[in-house]
Design a protein around this ligand. Structure first.
Ligand SMILES: C[C@H](O)[C@H](O)[C@H]1CNC2=NC(N)=NC(=O)C2=N1
Length: 98
């Protein structure tokens, strides 16, 4: 079972993400990042690769795409807040985005 992140885990798991372009969403226990690519094909390629990991881990982003931008929000609906899965998917997305 996935647990909501403890205060200690927030320090260790979230801090590096918040330094790397992720931000807390106002009014929600969630993180958000906007990725910008050269064009739509690159943005959609990123979404396709990320979707395969999301499905594999049964952990799915809230996201939207306009041309070369992808806005991603991560939270864990099952625990109504951030869990280790959000940090794991955020790190994977950062790697995939290059
Ligand atoms: C039944 C299924 O495993 C759950 O609904 C999964 C699916 N994907 C999910 N994705 C996210 N982001 N949060 C969840 O709580 C979640 N739960």
């Amino acid at each position: 079972m996935t647990d909501k992140l403890s205060d200690t885990a927030r320090d260790t798991m979230l801090a590096p993400l918040l330094d790397g372009g992720w931000a807390m969403v106002e009014g929600r226990d969630a993180i958000r990042k906007t990725y910008k690519f050269t064009d739509f094909a690159e943005a959609f390629g990123f979404m396709t690769r990320a979707a395969i990991w999301a499905e594999k881990w049964d952990h799915h982003p809230e996201w939207s795409n306009v041309y070369n931008r992808v806005v991603v929000t991560l939270t864990t609906h099952d625990v109504d807040g951030l869990s280790a899965l959000d940090a794991k998917l955020a790190r994977k997305m950062d790697t995939l985005a290059g």
